[in-house]
Ligand binder design. Structure first.
Ligand code: ZN
Length: 413
């Protein structure tokens, strides 16, 4: 057994020092004030109130730990935002430092240590940004990164837009884009005239030529629709992600100005149904890991639907028996992904550092009990811990690598 804190980790710094960094850099929550006197720690005052943000209970369980520093099989991380390197410079105490090129070199060293063969980048566009990523990342690192094109939804109302959008996708493919990414604003906040006018519907027929073209070109569509169930319910004391929403108030989509979550998911599913030759990867466990029975029924219904697990360890790992069955049932349609963001200190569940990846490896490969789903002093998406599902080798290989490889036209391992 090894202790988590203070151990040496790849990259030269310790887990504890990175945690301290995350703790100091993460957003603070203003909560009920405690009633301790000056100089007195509320935590030491029996019977007193305690600020939720100060509550960091240590588990008293003595259970086996099987840390997994390196994935058992080569990994394709099908959901990353590595191109954030270009707009999030590292500060002197952040895990990634230096110029964009130096930061990418560091990321590649971590990939080698962690057994990550390839990362797919989602932070892009259909123009200059895409060009820069292709020339400075995809072409330079030879097989370690692929990128998506993010279609433009400007000029939606112009005649000829649908055909032009399909052409844009085809041109991006020619230039080297491997897949298409659709951001969550699509359906949720995108309006006819950009910020005003009626909301644009996900299954609007104007996008049919784009979905069809994606199928013809063999480009998978990575689509982010809606968000956790708790983001669509009132932000009150019953909300299980209250603390996270207090840290990120703009993540709440509760209210009349937003479509309901079932409406959004139903519109996405209609698109998937209407374009059976196009492969759709629905991010974040189709954004409904709270109800794996329902996601499972969609996967049964739509042969061209796939899902990816990024930033949802906290959901999967708190229902390990149902999650394990889900992976068994849909072993050919689940992709490994993390939503990794370089220097994403306000979202520790997806910060691109080795410890974030090691949480996933431990969940997928071991039967460990009650451990953190993110490298953070307080579980950032809800105050619970998770349990491993110990997948067998044949399923692990598919989830880590081969399912994504098949969709991206790469070799299996
Ligand atoms: Zn993402």
């Amino acid at each position: 057994m090894r202790k988590h804190d203070g151990r040496e980790v790849p990259g030269g710094t310790t887990a504890a020092s990175r945690r301290a960094f995350l703790a100091s850099a993460g957003g603070a929550v203003a909560l009920v004030s405690g009633c301790s006197r000056p100089g007195e720690s509320p935590a030491e005052t029996a019977g007193a109130r305690l600020d939720l943000q100060e509550f960091q209970p240590k588990s008293m369980l003595v259970v086996e730990e099987h840390l997994v520093p390196r994935a058992r099989f080569p990994v394709i991380d099908a959901h990353t935002h590595v191109a954030h390197v270009f707009n999030r410079p590292g500060t002197p105490d952040s895990p990634l430092r230096g110029s964009p090129a130096e930061q990418f070199d560091q990321i590649v060293r971590w990939m080698d240590e962690l057994n990550i063969e390839l990362m797919v980048n989602f932070t892009s566009d259909a123009g200059e940004r895409l060009e820069r990523i292709l020339s400075e990342v995809v072409n330079k690192y030879n097989g370690r990164f692929l990128t998506c094109v993010v279609p433009s939804f400007a000029n939606l109302r112009e005649s000829g837009y649908p055909a032009r959008q399909a052409e844009e996708i085809a041109r991006a493919k020619e230039r080297g884009a491997a897949a298409i990414k659709i951001y969550k604003s699509f359906g949720l906040t995108l309006r006819e005239n950009g910020k005003d006018g009626p909301l644009v519907k996900i299954d609007d027929p104007r996008f049919d030529p784009m979905w069809e073209e994606a199928g013809k070109l063999g480009m998978p569509v990575f689509i982010h629709t809606a968000d956790p169930d708790a983001f669509f319910t009132p932000v009150d004391r019953f909300n299980e992600r209250w603390e996270e929403l207090a840290n990120h108030p703009d993540w709440s989509f509760y209210g009349d100005q937003f479509p309901s979550k079932p409406e959004l998911l139903a519109a996405r599913n209609r698109v998937i149904e209407r374009h059976p030759k196009t492969q759709f990867v629905c991010l974040h466990v189709a954004n409904h890991p709270e109800n794996l029975d329902e996601v499972s029924s969609w996967l049964d219904r739509y042969a061209n639907m796939h899902c990816e697990i990024g930033a949802r360890l906290g959901e999967l790992g708190r229902q390990p028996r149902r999650a394990r069955r889900f992976f068994e049932q849909h072993q050919d349609r689940i992709l490994f992904g993390t939503d990794a963001s370089p220097n994403g200190v306000s979202t520790p569940q997806q910060i691109l550092i080795p410890e974030m990846y090691q949480c996933y490896f431990r969940f997928l490969e071991t039967l460990d009990e009650y451990f953190d789903y993110a490298p953070a002093p307080v579980p950032p998406q809800g105050r619970w811990r998770i349990y491993g599902i110990g997948l067998p080798d044949d399923i692990l290989k598919k989830v880590y690598h081969n399912n994504a490889a098949r969709l991206l036209g790469l070799k299996a391992v």
